[in-house]
Design a protein around this ligand. Structure first.
Ligand SMILES: N[C@@H](CCC(=O)N[C@@H](CS)C(=O)NCC(=O)O)C(=O)O
Length: 342
């Protein structure tokens, strides 16, 4: 269904999902206005049931403007409403892998993002200082000081929600170092994940990387030292509005470089065992996810939303045609991801 433009999007500069969607709208050349969270303009908008960033204000079936969140389905809705410059690979097998990599970026790399932001003192200190200034600059240092402390305390208290704790910290950091190495090789072979034009998973990676590569000191140094190519790519992704693309720019399933499989191996090593153990804990009503990831113990509270993510991925897998399914099976074999769909 058509959507009125400019789209109204509320977000914040430090929110990876806001950055994901803002750069996607720029690439797609969809007119939008960016409304800053907590601003005067934002106060006039209706609140979402679950207040998440970004929030879009879109017509419902009766034409009433309502708040809508969740970047992954929003991207698919924009595909229906605006035709040009699609971000979903036309080959259904690759569209499925795009969805899987988007989930890894949104749901696993965000563990890295949140962990690095608040776990080590240097990162937490910078975040505490800067975050409140994304909402207000025309205030005195005295007035901002309690807000800085409040935001820092609140976010550090939430580390456990994403699964960052003393048991898991090293697994999370190892997963980021391994991701950097794998993505660096992919970028040497291909400008984006699925060829010479960006897919929704590229925007999902970019969103998390605006924090990991560009803002938080510990992972930013790591990225600049180990994978300067990834750092540069993240900045370029911010605004691809001037880039011209056509259908031939999409990769074909049999032309994918081995490095894309290298990334799927990372999904299989970290994200897949987490999704499975999380779903199992939710199904049993257990109050802890306790499993092993990459050979080391993992403990955290179950995360109901990520239980839904697994169900959505399985649903998409079940809808693949026999041909697409065969292609996907071939590409996932031996990566560890196939365990999600057995
Ligand atoms: N699955 C959602 C995740 C959105 C999300 O978690 N947003 C974070 C900020 S990036 C948020 O709003 N958290 C609540 C808060 O900060 O109060 C999406 O893809 O948009």
């Amino acid at each position: 269904m058509a959507l009125p433009t400019p789209l109204q999007m509320m977000g914040a500069p430090g929110s990876p999902y806001s950055r994901k969607l803002r750069s996607l709208l720029r690439f797609r050349r969809i007119p939008y206005v960016f409304i800053l969270q907590n601003s005067f303009e934002a106060e006039k908008l209706p609140g979402a049931k679950v207040p998440l960033l970004p929030t879009f204000y879109l017509p419902d079936e009766g034409g009433e403007i309502v708040p809508v969140t969740d970047s992954t389905p929003l991207i698919r809705r924009f595909e229906q409403a605006f035709e040009d410059r699609s971000v979903i690979p036309p080959d259904p097998a690759l569209a499925f892998l795009d969805e899987l990599l988007e989930d890894y970026a949104d749901e696993w790399l965000t563990k890295c993002m949140f962990h690095y932001r608040w776990y080590h003192e240097a990162d937490a200190t910078k975040a505490r200082r800067i975050l409140p200034h994304w909402a207000m600059t025309d205030v005195s240092d005295e007035r901002i000081a309690p807000v800085q402390k409040m935001i820092g305390d609140r976010q550090i208290g939430r580390l456990g929600v994403v699964g960052s704790n003393e048991v898991t910290a090293e697994v999370i950091e190892e997963s980021y170092r391994r991701f950097l190495a794998a993505f660096d090789v992919q970028l040497q072979n291909s400008r984006f994940l699925f060829g010479r034009r960006p897919a929704s998973s590229d925007f999902a990676l970019m969103g998390q990387l605006t924090c990991l590569a560009l803002f938080d000191p510990t992972p930013s140094v790591l990225t600049a030292e180990r994978a300067p190519r990834v750092y540069g790519w993240t900045e370029v992704m911010e605004d691809l509005s001037g880039m011209e693309v056509d259908q031939d720019d999409w990769a074909s399933a049999n032309g994918l470089p081995d490095s894309l499989r290298g990334l799927l191996v990372e999904v299989g090593r970290f994200h897949a065992p987490f999704l499975l153990a999380n779903a199992d804990a939710l199904a049993r009503g257990a109050d802890q996810v306790e499993t092993e990831i990459a050979g080391r113990p993992w403990v955290q509270k179950p995360f109901p939303y990520q239980g839904k993510c697994l169900a959505w991925l399985r649903d998409s897998f079940a809808k693949l045609s026999p041909d697409a399914r065969a292609t996907v099976d071939g590409l996932l074999e031996g990566t560890g991801c196939e365990a999600l769909f057995r």
